[in-house]
Write a protein of this length. Structure first.
Length: 436
């Protein structure tokens, strides 16, 4: 396992363009596989998770050609996917497994979806339950965990009221709705990222939105269009990856950083509001709409951060960014308290436990709770370098690499290669921008 040594730094300066957005890359690849024709997906994510999706759609019959960060997917049409002779391996990607489950539920063949040890511990009942309500035949280990066996079935319409916010569950139901008699609607208890709805419209599906309810019409029936059509699409830079650089630049006085072509979808920018409330100096530049998504540049400078409480309806909107916020907490004036985030315990790792353990290794004062944690601010003492165990979790590894920049002495990140799940070049880019 590769280790990365993080030395104290003075500031971040320069410009960076981040990998393509993971969430959008997953969705474009899946819909391109269902479309007729060849879609050219530019600035496609380099993340291992998204390449797991490409491997799966290739195994289902789509033709996939990769040229650096451009991916060309020749689709099979809405009813043209074919059974894979081997299990579909989602790797570490919950998005791949949950969204593909929705697509595969309505096919006329059987499939098996599996993943690595971490993914096989993550709950799938939240997707299995609504798909079964649509008539899907899905079986999992203990009725909740991968591997999943999916026997394609004739699906019927559903008006699904989600018990908890989840963009992945919403997406699975909507994708299944493409193959269901009468389509499908989903009502969310709180707004979640809407990349699936946008991508469906870009590829030609018929989507209706009313408040927190989204309805998709079936392909070839109802009010929907008869097919999905291949598209050339540009994937924006990944805001969740940008957060590590926003945090690092905010943390180090004298920083002056420009992040190019970042996705600024309004369902994702709650994290920028959190940073602004904490006193960060972040400016959005050149904001424009492109292919249904919002993109722009982010200029960030060093700032003194206040901290605060993150809870309630905001949690699902910043769930992926919470590890970075927690790791920043000991450097803030008031510290940071995270509530209502029990979902963090069933991510790539138990992120609450991983954050508490590694913050304590750095010398932070932490109160771990079932649904979050409370981390004391800078008055509780100076942090010192330590050896960090990210538990194979990419976001934990990157968050503590940033935290280590302002600690006294060197910080060692064990198993640093796990960052490649979302950001293979993270450490190289961070080192390029640092001044020590």
């Amino acid at each position: 396992m590769k280790k990365e040594i993080i030395q104290p730094a003075k500031c971040l300066t320069g410009a960076v363009e981040l990998p393509g957005d993971k969430s959008i890359s997953h969705r474009y690849a899946m819909l391109a596989a269902l479309a007729e024709g060849t879609s050219e997906l530019r600035h496609f994510s380099a993340a291992a998770d998204c390449h797991s999706t490409l491997d799966c759609v290739r195994a289902l019959g789509a033709e996939v050609k990769i040229d650096k960060d451009t991916v060309r997917v020749t689709g099979r049409g809405a009813r043209g996917l074919k059974s894979s002779w081997r299990a579909l391996d989602a790797g570490n990607s919950g998005t791949t497994m949950r969204l593909l489950a929705g697509i595969l539920a309505g096919q006329n063949f059987s499939s098996k979806l599996t993943g690595d040890d971490s993914l096989q511990k993550r709950p799938m009942k939240r997707v299995i339950a609504p798909l079964r309500e649509m008539g899907a035949d899905i079986r999992g280990r203990e009725d909740n965990f991968a591997p999943l066996e999916i026997h394609g079935a004739k699906l019927h319409a559903i008006d699904y009221k989600m018990p908890m916010p989840s963009a992945q569950v919403k997406s699975a139901v909507l994708l299944a709705g493409l193959f269901a008699e009468g389509g499908a609607s989903v009502t969310e208890p709180a707004r979640t990222r809407d990349h699936t709805e946008i991508a469906l419209e870009e590829f030609g599906a018929s989507v209706e939105k009313s408040g927190l309810t989204i309805r998709v019409h079936p392909l070839g029936g109802g009010n929907g269009r008869k097919k999905l059509t291949a598209r050339p699409l540009d994937v924006p830079g990944d805001l969740s990856s940008a957060v590590f650089f926003l945090a690092a630049a905010s943390l180090l006085p004298g920083s002056n950083l420009l992040i190019h072509n970042v996705g600024l979808n309004p369902t994702r920018t709650a994290i920028l509001d959190v940073f602004a409330e904490m006193g960060a100096s972040i400016e959005m530049l050149g904001v424009k709409s492109s292919q249904g998504e919002v993109i722009g540049d982010l200029a960030v400078k060093g700032a003194s951060l206040k901290g605060g409480v993150i809870a309630g309806r905001r949690i699902p909107l910043v769930i992926d960014e919470l590890p970075m916020l927690a790791a920043l907490a000991p450097y803030t004036e008031e510290g940071i308290e995270i509530r209502d985030a029990g979902e963090l315990r069933v991510k790539e790792s138990d992120r609450i436990a991983a954050l508490a353990e590694n913050l304590r290794r750095l010398g932070a004062s932490v109160e771990e709770r079932p649904d979050g944690l409370k981390v004391a601010g800078r008055d509780a003492g100076t942090l010192h370098g330590a050896e960090i165990d990210p538990r194979g979790d990419h976001r934990i590894a990157m968050a503590f690499a940033v935290a280590g920049l302002a600690a006294e002495g060197n910080t060692v990140i064990r198993d640093a290669d796990c960052a490649s799940v979302s950001f293979p070049t993270f450490f190289a880019e961070l080192n390029r921008l640092l001044e020590r």
